[in-house]
Ligand binder design. Structure first.
Ligand code: ADP
Ligand code: F6P
Length: 319
């Protein structure tokens, strides 16, 4: 390989920059040129390319977001968009691409690989909802941010003997809610993987009230929805003043944690070595703590097993 491209796609995740840095510097060490493709697949269609060298990625390991910008590109899914993307790769001499994003972005990487541009995916999303990997870049930073914010909410809930219902991100997945809920000592955690049962949340609050508990935190995954109704029902049926907070995009920003920087660096290194060996159509994954790779089609067909034991633990320690 003489020249590779790199793009970030879908929702940004803290640690993407650290992964870009690792890709660029690993490639430079191997004598491979690197082209940054801006704004995800849109940049590939529009030929929005910038040359990257070791110095172009200085001072980004500690920055959230993605300095290459990101986008969702409906046009890339069309025949015309795909044809333009491939023509631009050929014209620029891009022989392989590292794609950072989630399953949607990997579908695009599969299409490109099938049309002669080998791609390697790196899993990046705060949701940790990619089945082929135990870990996705950004998850740890998002969790730590959410925990810090909810600890602050706890201070005021405790001072006023209130209940706080806090919505965390996760449109389709409850990992952020479950992990955060355990770490902040939530009384109840509502996630899309388990049918939400507000009645049992209310009876738990009442039961623990009898135990002497005076303030409560309920964590709600975005995918469950209905925060206002839930809070009103809790207040009506328990008599406890109940406030709501939607954490939102604060969870997506900020300096990546050590874990995200380290895993991003390892995954970036792995991706470039795969491409350099002429291996494409793969996603980099973490399995048993090791960094390995998987065929994209196989990866996309996998289903992530949910850790129901963790739900049980959360239930039992929040009495
Ligand atoms: P994520 O990568 O975080 O899952 P999206 O699902 O929004 O985010 O996908 C990011 C981009 O990947 C889309 O905007 C589109 O350009 C591309 N993409 C998604 N699905 C496909 C598909 N089936 N075929 C080709 N490209 C796709
Ligand atoms: O996939 C990451 C994520 O932050 C989800 O948790 C959330 O539902 C979604 O992206 C929000 O996307 P957007 O920033 O486009 O609103």
């Amino acid at each position: 390989m003489k020249k590779i491209g790199i793009l970030t796609s879908g929702g940004d995740a803290p640690g993407m920059n650290a992964a870009v840095r690792s890709v660029v510097r690993t490639a430079v060490s191997l004598g491979i040129e690197v082209v940054g493709i801006r704004k995800g697949y849109n940049g590939l269609i529009e030929g929005d390319f910038i040359p990257l060298d070791s110095r172009s990625v200085s001072d980004i390991i500690n920055r959230g977001g993605t300095f290459l910008f990101t986008a969702r590109s409906p046009k890339f899914k069309t025949e015309e968009g795909m044809a333009r993307a491939i023509a631009n790769c050929k014209e620029e001499g891009i022989e392989g691409i590292v794609v950072m994003g989630g399953d949607g972005s990997f579908r695009g990487a599969l299409d490109l690989s099938n049309r002669g541009i080998p791609c390697v995916g790196i899993p990046c999303t705060i949701d940790n909802d990619i089945a082929s990997t135990e870990y996705t870049i950004g998850f740890d930073t998002a969790l730590n941010t959410a925990v810090e914010m909810i600890d602050r909410i706890r201070d005021t809930a405790q001072s006023h003997d209130r209940c706080s219902v806090v919505e965390v991100m996760g449109r389709n997945a409850g990992y952020i809610a479950l992990y955060t809920g355990i770490a902040v000592g939530a009384t109840a955690i509502l996630i899309p993987e388990v049918r939400p049962d507000i009645t049992s949340v209310i009876s738990k609050i009442k039961k623990t009230q009898k135990n002497g508990k005076k303030h409560f935190i309920v964590i709600l995954a975005e995918g469950v929805g209905g925060i206002k109704d839930i809070a009103e029902k809790i207040e009506r049926e328990t008599g406890i003043v109940t406030k709501t907070t939607i954490l939102g995009h604060v969870q997506r920003g900020g300096a990546p944690t050590l874990r995200d920087r380290l895993i991003a660096t390892k995954m970036g290194y792995k991706a470039v070595h795969l491409l350099n060996q002429g291996v494409g159509n793969r996603v980099v994954c973490m399995r048993g703590g090791d960094i390995v790779d998987e065929d994209i089609t196989t990866a996309l067909e996998m289903r992530k097993p949910f850790d129901f034991d963790l739900i049980k633990i959360a239930e039992e320690v929040s009495i």
